[in-house]
Design a protein around this ligand. Structure first.
Ligand SMILES: [Zn+2]
Length: 398
């Protein structure tokens, strides 16, 4: 399948400012940015900060600074505004409540006053009686209990299967009966919308045409598709890019080494080397390894991203970084390496190997530095961290 669509594409990167910017997230941002730049589209940056306990302004700054350092510029976002702002979810809560109330008025959502312990007890009883774990909340039939705080639950109805043609993973299908009525607005003081609801309202109102994000979001997508239908919004195309794994094939985390963008920035990696490394983690263009930014914009196609997870290979990153250092005139280095940090730059092992930036010979090509062959895995490697319906998947047809 191709992304040939008549309208201008609009894509987004929507990080939560709850910690450092993970290099896996950077790759998601990069793929979205490349799609927008390759197709004359719009790249939107949205900050998903409804988790007020964990979100910090420092993390917001780290995201914006990191993206600027990588030269992944955005056309609309929290600092520059745009026609469909605001671009921080915390400033959009009125919009979510408006849409929730509309669903309730239309009979597509209902108030729920079940306490967590009541739901847990019914679940336990259903398990013991070997009954299905659906419909544990009686509020739709019985009405909410007065005097209790209300959450709002979305009613799943009328559809046998939810399916979509994923731009990366191929066709994915989930039986609607696997999806129970789910909470869209919590009963807390702030009436916080759940992630799936806020993301759908934002993507729809911001006119996002292609939702390209990590494969850990696949379990969210069936619920989101049902919400698009109920809200009457046109469905975007979805593309779920495989996760970045460590050498033990577990999701890349701190125990595999540095995962925060700022660690690479601080250690003297060049932004172009990092971009060059990350783009190749799951995408190939013949056997070309080194890409300038212009070459990437010209060559990148999302449908060429394989569905197999990429394994983060520090040796290959060091090799690419050394190549980029040798290609970069010495007078430009000071601008590229950790700008604005005011800190003395610690050089990466690769940068040190690069010596005076102009060593004559190349570092040996590491074993992992061969082109991605685009093979598809025969099984799902889906961590499903958002816990949801299981999905059956067909290989992509094209
Ligand atoms: Zn209930």
């Amino acid at each position: 399948m191709t992304l040939a669509v008549p309208q201008k594409i609009r894509v987004r990167f929507a990080p939560s400012p709850t910690g450092y910017l993970h290099v896996g997230g950077v790759r998601t941002a990069l793929y979205n940015w490349l799609m927008a730049r390759a197709m004359g589209g719009t790249f939107v940056l949205r900050i998903e900060d409804t988790d007020v306990e964990r979100s910090t302004e420092d993390a917001v700054r780290a995201i914006l600074d990191g993206m600027r350092w990588l030269r992944l510029d955005w056309d609309e976002g929290p600092d520059i505004g745009g026609p469909v702002g605001p671009y921080r979810q915390l400033e959009r809560e009125g919009l979510y409540r408006e849409q929730v109330q509309r669903l309730v008025r239309e009979g597509k959502a209902y108030p729920c006053t079940c306490a967590a312990e009541e739901l847990a007890a019914r679940r336990k009883a259903a398990l013991a009686a070997k009954q299905p774990l659906r419909h544990l909340c009686p509020c739709r039939e019985q009405g909410p209990t007065t005097g209790r705080r209300q959450a709002i639950r979305f009613h799943v109805s009328g559809q046998e299967t939810v399916r979509w043609d994923d731009l990366v993973q191929g066709g994915i299908e989930v039986a609607a009966e696997e999806i129970d009525d789910f909470i869209i607005l919590r009963s807390d003081e702030r009436e916080t919308p759940v992630y799936n609801f806020a993301a759908v309202v934002d993507d729809a109102l911001m006119g996002i045409t292609h939702v390209v994000r990590g494969a850990d979001h696949i379990p969210n997508t069936p619920r989101q598709i049902l919400l698009y239908g109920a809200l009457g919004y046109p469905l975007p195309a979805f593309g779920h890019i495989p996760l970045v794994l460590g050498t033990d094939r577990e999701k890349l985390s701190k125990r595999h080494g540095d995962v925060a963008l700022q660690d690479y920035q601080a250690k003297g990696y060049l932004p172009d080397a990092l971009v060059n490394y990350l783009v190749r983690l799951g995408w190939a263009h013949g056997d070309q390894e080194i890409f300038t930014r212009d070459e990437l914009v010209a060559a990148f196609r999302l449908e060429k991203v394989g569905s197999a997870p990429g394994v983060f290979d520090h040796a290959k990153l060091d090799w690419l970084n050394a190549l980029w250092i040798r290609q970069t005139p010495a007078e430009r280095m000071a601008d590229l390496v950790a700008p604005d940090s005011g800190q003395p730059v610690r050089r990466s092992p690769a940068a040190k190997r690069g010596g005076g930036f102009h060593r004559k010979f190349l570092a040996p090509r590491p074993a992992g530095a061969h082109p991605v062959d685009g093979r598809r895995p025969g099984h799902d490697e889906q961590p499903g961290e958002h816990g949801a319906a299981t999905s059956r998947r067909r290989r992509r047809s094209s």
